[in-house]
Design a protein around this ligand. Structure first.
Ligand SMILES: C[S@@+](CC[C@H](N)C(=O)[O-])C[C@H]1O[C@@H](n2cnc3c(N)ncnc32)[C@H](O)[C@@H]1O
Length: 471
């Protein structure tokens, strides 16, 4: 039971009790679409728009989404301030999950858009707050200064310890100080908390990533001398994607940026510095990329990559956002402008472990990233890859689960992986104008998309289901 207050004409607050009977009446009205009752209760107290039932944990938004009442969903979000991301206590599902389960795609799309907007706004506010704290920390730093950032961080860490491990942030500011351990057959890399930095089960996913990065750079019968491509990989881990790239694609140039000392040592022990085309850059990408770009500028050479892959560990999504800016930003190179992701055919991809424990939240975060990338000039498709989800329970064959000994599971039984593929937007880089001129003069019906999807284990569902299928 919760209470709120309502002001009387002479402004003395009177507590209004929220009672669970009324919560149930509200839920029932949402099932039936009984607008009169909904309005009556909302006028009594707006809290009825988002109060969850004590027993089932259902909220009015979940019910309205389940029955597909889009008008009511809009009302509850816009007028009732119902949180789009509340989870029901019993099934751990949000309104979007209920709409998805009952295939109300208009409601799903509405909730995805609402969630995306909320995340973008919250993200912007949060970044502003962090910048402000950072600036204040710097001002207050130095001898005898008061550091206002630390106490907040300590409070955050205290709070974190009280919530279940699965719900804690996976960002670790001290990751580079952790001692890392490779298991003896090189199929697992863990940090000091027994969290997995990289695991062998991701190999098929890495194979798909390597394929979309470099498939356009394979010499063909008609073009046997075609360049084998230039690739940049951030984060070596178990070296799975780098091994696939070396063995299957043999690119002309293969840069690898790796920040952790133990991983770097392993790379040297395994002879990665001697492999054809490989250049190892030891350090954080945050430090390496500006250096690469300025060297490129000074030497008047264009260092560009046909394929860029990003898969780091323990970093915040804001880091990934910064990374996207780094690879798309133009550097002037003797009058020519170039960016690390080559134009017009460069392909960018990243390991998609965004909000992995809830498919709907995953969809919303994918949408957020897609929008952010689009402001930088990249179009992003999420290709559907069917995969075998890592085992969660001991099985009869090897009597062990993939997650044995691992503190935090970072995949939750989903057997579909949404593989991001970003390519330059033709309009953004001015190709559209050139192309439409060519089409006018040649009567060509080429739609100008040089980045057609491939025949890998993906099926790109561009159907009526809209966002649900293609995130
Ligand atoms: C998940 S693993 C990469 C796995 C790799 N894709 C593979 O196929 O094995 C993440 C790697 O990123 C590295 N890393 C983390 N933060 C980094 C940073 N800021 N710059 C460069 N590398 C980083 C980690 O040390 C780790 O080796």
């Amino acid at each position: 039971m919760e209470s709120s207050t309502q002001s009387t004409p002479n402004s003395i607050p009177i507590p209004i009790i929220i009672n669970n009977d009324n919560v149930r009446i509200m839920l029932d009205a949402c099932y039936k679409g009984d607008i009169k009752t909904i309005q009556l209760l909302t006028n009594q107290n707006k809290l009825y728009c988002y109060q969850q039932d004590n027993e089932t944990g259902l909220s009015p938004l979940m019910v309205a989404s389940q029955v597909g009442n889009i008008k009511l969903v809009k009302f509850l979000l816009e007028d009732g301030n119902a949180p789009w991301n509340a989870l029901c206590r019993l099934k751990n599902k949000c309104a979007g999950d209920y709409a998805t389960d009952s295939e109300h795609w208009d409601v799903v799309n509405l909730l995805v858009d609402w969630g995306t907007r909320s995340e973008l706004i919250l993200g912007t506010l949060h970044k502003q707050l962090l910048n402000k704290q950072h600036a204040q920390g710097q001002e207050g730093g130095g001898d005898g200064g008061i550091n206002v950032v630390e106490p907040d961080r300590q409070k955050e860490q205290q709070k974190e310890k009280q919530i279940p491990i699965e719900e804690q942030s996976s960002t670790k500011s001290n990751y580079l100080q952790h001692k890392l351990t490779y298991n003896k057959d090189n199929t697992l890399l863990i940090d000091e908390d027994n969290d997995a930095v990289m695991m062998e089960w991701e190999r098929p996913i890495m194979k798909c990533h390597a394929q979309i990065l470099l498939e356009n750079c394979i010499p063909t019968k008609n073009d046997p001398y075609k360049s084998r491509g230039r690739v940049l990989n951030i984060g070596f881990g178990l070296g799975i994607i780098d091994t696939i790239i070396q063995e299957e694609y043999k690119p002309d140039v293969h840069y690898i940026i790796e920040a952790h000392n133990d991983v770097y040592k392993k790379m040297l022990d395994d002879g990665w510095d001697k492999k054809p085309g490989v250049v190892i850059c030891f350090g954080r990408w945050q430090d390496i990329l500006p250096k690469l770009r300025s060297e490129q500028y000074q030497q008047n050479i264009g260092l560009e990559f046909d394929g860029i892959f990003f898969d780091t560990y323990a970093e915040h999504s804001y880091d990934m956002e910064d990374f996207h800016k780094q690879i798309t930003m133009s550097t002037s190179n003797g009058g020519e402008k170039s960016s690390l992701l080559s134009k017009p055919h460069g392909v960018y991809s990243f390991f998609n472990g965004l909000a992995p424990d809830n498919l709907f939240f995953h969809g919303v975060v994918c949408n957020v990233v897609k929008l952010q990338l689009s402001t930088l000039g990249l179009d992003t498709d999420f290709l559907t890859c069917h995969m075998t989800a890592p085992t969660t329970t001991k099985n009869s064959h090897n009597n062990s689960s993939t997650w044995d000994g691992i503190r935090r599971k970072y995949w939750h039984g989903r057997d579909v992986y949404y593989l991001p593929k970003s390519t330059w937007n033709s309009e953004y880089i001015g190709r559209k104008t050139k192309l439409s001129n060519r089409m006018d003069s040649e009567g060509d019906n080429d739609n100008g998309d040089d980045n057609d999807d491939n025949d890998m284990m993906t099926d790109d569902n561009d159907n009526n289901n809209g966002k649900r299928q293609r995130r």
